[in-house]
Write a protein that binds this ligand. Structure first.
Ligand code: 5AD
Ligand code: SF4
Length: 448
């Protein structure tokens, strides 16, 4: 009976993709991946270190693994990913339940380390690499509709709040051919949507090819399949990429464009390398080139020295841009980063209040934008049964909005035209529409 591996994943989509790489590496060596923790011989936790609360959640979970190991001393427990990189020896020494600590660039060594762990030897592998991109590894994916494909790793931006350059190391890209090949294999297997991933995909580079070239080539693989990407740094969003999104129908009209703050002074302290004016010009350019595009963002509240006035500038920016969605975070100091050495002088309470204020504002804006879509037709890719009602399907629009439609005889993976009849801040609800007209075409008689 092959040894069973259970992998639990926290954090960003890069981590989800990495867990599939880990699955690929281990299954090639004869291990089997299980989704049933009670059957596992090996428990791996792929961790996130972006904010302290992410780490605390994982620490909490380690307690549970500890209990499992007490019941079954032969169980091998390993910590992978960003926390492994950040905490290293501390995890092996202080948290004695852990057998393995393996950073994001050392997954090829897992089969050997796991074997040694079964022989009672603790393992730690946390070297970061300038070249590792796992491009020859076939990630282990369950068949489905949507897949993530990591195209570059690491980050060289060094935003002063961010631990990623320390936990994931320097930027490096996969070859264009290896990405295109993987996407072609996915299309052959029946996947209908791929999301190209990287901490800063706009820095993708393979010899002469940049990210726009990669997107175009990936979009050409199968024009009936959708292509998405995340995440972008505003400074590197090129005209060429905007043009590529605009001119390829199957590249989704959705861009996640983290602003972080609406105050130039704070942006400077964050080392974000753009100011609000540049950012707004970029938003204008994107909206002019890609009509109907949906934009989302990330915002941090309570960065060192952030005043009420700075916070109000963020509010003003959000009112000006009117994002389709925003992820909002309380600033969390991370060791080694530049901001770690600044005084974390905004109280938890104040951070909480600012986050609540911008979350409420975003909620209102999302609701208004979604309600404006009532009466329009969206083409959605059906992903499966709605969680809330078995009689409905859930899917996503080109612009990445969740849309619920009554279930019919088509299957997940097919496109359906939905005429939107109601909306809340997170979801659109539609009836199916047998029409060739798609995407945000307002039907005159419905509006009147
Ligand atoms: N504190 C709070 N939020 C952070 N992010 C990154 N580092 C921190 C931190 N130290 C947020 C940023 C980034 C998103 C992925 O996480 O907004 O865009
Ligand atoms: Fe972190 Fe900035 Fe790199 Fe994003 S661009 S991963 S926020 S350092």
């Amino acid at each position: 009976m092959p040894k069973q591996v259970y992998i639990e994943t926290y954090g960003c989509q890069m981590n989800m993709a990495d867990s599939e790489v880990v699955g690929g590496i281990l299954s090639k060596e004869g291990y089997e991946i299980t989704h049933d923790i009670s059957r596992a011989n090996i428990l791996l936790v792929n961790t996130c270190a972006i904010r302290d609360n992410a780490e605390q959640r994982i620490y909490g979970r380690l307690g549970y693994f500890h209990a499992q190991k007490k019941k079954n001393p032969d169980l091998v427990v390993g910590i992978l990913g960003c926390m492994a990189e950040r905490l290293r020896m501390k995890l092996v020494e202080e948290e004695r339940l852990v057998d393995l600590v393996v950073g994001p660039d050392e997954y090829r060594r897992l089969p050997l380390l796991v074997e040694e762990a079964f022989a009672g030897e603790k393992g730690i592998a946390v070297r970061l690499s300038r070249v590792e991109n796992y491009e020859d590894i076939v990630p282990l994916r369950t068949d489905g509709i949507t897949a993530w494909v990591s195209v570059m790793r690491g980050c060289d931006k060094f935003c002063t709040f961010c631990v990623v350059p320390f936990t994931r190391g320097r930027e490096r890209s996969r070859s264009l051919d290896s990405v295109v090949q993987e996407v072609a294999d996915l299309a052959y297997r029946g996947f209908k949507e791929v999301t190209l991933l990287g901490q800063n995909v706009n820095s993708y580079r393979d010899g002469e090819n940049d990210f726009a070239d990669l997107m175009r080539r990936v979009a050409e693989v199968d024009r009936t399949n959708r292509v998405r990407f995340t995440t972008s740094h505003p400074q590197d969003m090129s005209d060429k990429l905007i043009e590529t999104i605009a001119s390829n129908k199957n590249i989704c009209k959705y861009i996640h464009l983290p602003i972080q703050s609406g105050s130039d002074r704070i942006l400077k302290l964050m080392n974000r390398t753009y100011n609000v004016e540049h950012y707004l010009q970029l938003v204008d350019k994107i909206r002019n080139a890609i009509p109907g595009v949906s934009l989302t963002t990330d915002i941090i509240s309570g960065f060192p020295t952030e005043t009420e006035e700075d916070h109000q500038m963020t509010v003003k920016l959000m009112e000006e841009v009117r994002y389709d969605g925003a992820y909002t975070f309380k600033y969390s100091p991370r060791e080694n980063t530049k901001a770690w050495y600044m005084d974390d002088d905004v109280s938890e309470e104040e951070k909480g209040e600012r986050v609540s204020a911008i979350t409420a504002l975003q909620h209102q804006i999302s609701l208004e934008l979604n309600q404006r879509l009532i009466g329009t037709v969206e083409q959605i890719l059906v992903e499966g049964e709605s969680k809330k009602s078995a009689g409905d399907f859930t899917g996503r629009s080109d612009t990445n909005k969740t849309v619920i439609v009554p279930r019919n005889d088509e299957r997940p993976g097919e496109y359906v035209n939905a005429r939107i009849h109601s909306a809340n801040s997170a979801t659109l609800f539609g009836t199916r529409e047998h029409t060739n007209e798609i995407r945000r075409v307002v039907v005159e008689e419905d509006v009147a």
